[in-house]
Design a protein around this ligand. Structure first.
Ligand code: 3UK
Length: 526
């Protein structure tokens, strides 16, 4: 086999990917398109009017890879990316991979204390950030004992990533890695502890693009993909980058906050054929559609993930737009969706059927399979699973066992074979499709001197989606009321990512507890 190539063998109904012994995945997603005659095809269009062809993409990836190497970053060293959705995200991610470095895209909504943790944990050689996030990133850098050697803005300074890219050599040979070598990391939040870096290999993006992207979504060269979920999420990374690049399609990037208005405008202007959202956004878009009509005629299929899509959002969306939403469950550790509905087989309210190339086991407390129709813990096996969590051997041993991954979810498989989400096995919440730890919110609220105790739990809103609610016991019950709620909200805004704010503050006289004094969260959930 030629170096850096992968063969897809779908014969005998098997899903087999054969990787060349020398395999750097940047070739498959970037350089291959020049050989396949796509040099002049547009790979990226942005809301700032930028258009990048596959030839320009390949050149800028090379330039960026060389710029990173010229900085002296060594093989396997990490490059933290706190970067908005823009063309440079692609250049930096693929340039690093092609140069044998490890890009680590990070959630751009986080606060300085989260960044300080991630910068230290990753032991990164460089951090690259969009100027929009400079305040939080620079506060984080000030907290570190040792700063990364290179701290660089994407644009807007004399020495920026953009300037280095422009000055660098446009030729770069792929570093000779293998399909099993570490390629990139993605951080995922932990319930009590700190974020965990999931270490992904060169093969992983090929697996998710081929098995879910091609075989389930049917993504093809003529598609235009728009993901409201940002590239720093594994979900957005697949939707908005790896799937279109796998088949030589076009990706539309939007660099601001996805609101119903902004996403509709992007859809009307750029006419994507595939639209990727999260349930919270579909619910907000449905609300907007009550008082305005929008042209979604270019879209052939909508996709939802991040949290379960309530059946009523599916049916109202279909009624209003005539479009189906394909719900599927994925995770950072598995990189993308592993159980999904199918275009011709949608079971609203369910996650659907296994994606080819993945296996599931639903087991009881002692690890034995439960009968159909009964719920249990969902374990998944598949070739896109992260190799480990960085620096967290115990978490790795607990979660990744003999090639199986503990998703932390409770699921049941019905008699027809469809999988149904039944909740989490931990206290973690998914809010707007993003992880949210109740303990982190509690730790912020309890800093207020008037609070004696607090418990945060998920509460289902009118659309059937989970949002955080704080149950609060005060030293002096007379302090309860709207002014204190406003102070608590302000405290959260200083310390937490926006999606983590409690939407309700309930002042209560006591919290339900066990005999040993542990808060009974299930009694507070509603
Ligand atoms: C929950 C869902 C029910 C579930 C993700 C698509 O969400 C993604 O990754 P995360 O690591 O979270 C994983 C957890 O989120 N979940 C996600 N999708 C669904 N629950 N129905 C769904 N459709 O608890 C899962 O364990 O943030 C989603 C693609 C890539 C991803 N990383």
């Amino acid at each position: 086999m030629r170096n850096h190539t992968v063969e897809v063998d779908l014969s005998r109904g098997e899903n087999v990917l054969k990787f060349a012994p020398v395999f750097n995945v940047a070739f498959s997603f970037i350089d291959r398109h020049l050989w396949d005659g796509r040099a002049d095809k547009v790979a990226i269009r942005t809301n700032r009017g930028v258009e990048v062809t596959y030839a320009e993409l390949a050149e800028n990836v090379n330039r960026c890879g060389n710029a990173l190497l010229d900085m002296g970053i060594g093989h396997g060293e990490r490059v933290i990316m706190i970067v908005k959705d823009c063309a440079e995200f692609f250049y930096c991610f693929w340039g690093a991979i092609k140069a044998g470095l490890i890009p680590v895209p990070v959630n751009t909504l986080l606060r300085h204390k989260d960044y300080a943790y991630i910068l230290a944990d990753s032991g990164c050689a460089a951090v690259i950030y969009s100027p929009e996030f400079a305040d939080e990133v620079e506060m984080a850098l000030d907290q570190l004992e040792t700063r990364p050697t290179h701290c660089l803005r994407v644009e807007g300074e004399d020495i920026s990533l953009q300037a280095l890219i422009a000055a660098a050599d446009p030729e770069l040979e792929p570093t000779p890695t293998t399909a099993e070598d570490d390629c990139f990391w993605l951080y995922s939040s932990g319930s009590t502890g700190s974020p965990k870096g999931a270490v992904h290999r060169h093969r992983d993006m090929v697996v998710s693009s081929q098995f879910y992207g091609v075989q389930v979504l049917g993504v093809r060269e003529t598609d235009v993909c728009f993901s409201a979920a940002k590239l720093f999420f594994a979900y957005g990374l697949g939707n908005g980058m790896t799937f279109p690049l796998w088949v030589g399609a076009t990706s539309v990037l939007y660099d601001d906050r996805p609101t119903p208005e902004s996403t509709f405008e992007i859809i009307e202007q750029f006419k994507p054929s595939l639209y990727f959202g999260v349930p919270t956004l579909y619910a907000a878009q449905l609300k907007a559609l009550e008082s305005e009509s929008r042209d979604l005629s270019a879209v052939r299929l909508c996709v939802s993930a991040g949290e379960a899509l309530p059946a009523n959002i599916f049916s109202r969306w279909r009624e209003k737009t005539g479009l189906a939403i394909l719900d599927g469950i994925g995770s950072t550790e598995l990189l993308h969706i592993f159980i999904s509905n199918r275009v011709d087989d949608i079971n609203p309210g369910s996650s659907g059927l296994m994606v080819p190339g993945y296996e599931a086991r639903i087991v009881n407390e002692v690890g034995e399979p439960v009968p159909a129709g009964e719920s249990g813990k969902l374990w998944i096996k598949g070739d896109s699973t992260a190799r480990c969590y960085w620096n967290k051997p115990e978490k790795t041993t607990e979660t990744m066992v003999d090639g199986w991954l503990d998703t932390g979810d409770t699921y049941l498989q019905d008699k027809q074979g469809y999988y149904h989400y039944c909740g989490r096995n931990d206290d973690m919440l998914k809010v707007g499709g993003i992880w949210c730890s109740p303990f982190e919110i509690e730790a912020t609220l309890i800093k207020h001197p008037k609070l004696l105790e607090v418990a945060v739990v998920g509460r289902t809103d009118a659309a059937g989606l989970i949002k955080p609610e704080a149950h609060i016991v005060l030293h002096n019950p007379q302090d309860a009321g709207d002014p204190l709620s406003a102070e608590l909200l302000a405290l959260c805004k200083q310390n937490l990512a926006p999606y983590k704010y409690p939407r309700w503050f309930q002042f209560v006289s006591e919290l339900p507890k066990t005999a040993t004094g542990k808060i009974q969260r299930f009694k507070l959930r509603s």
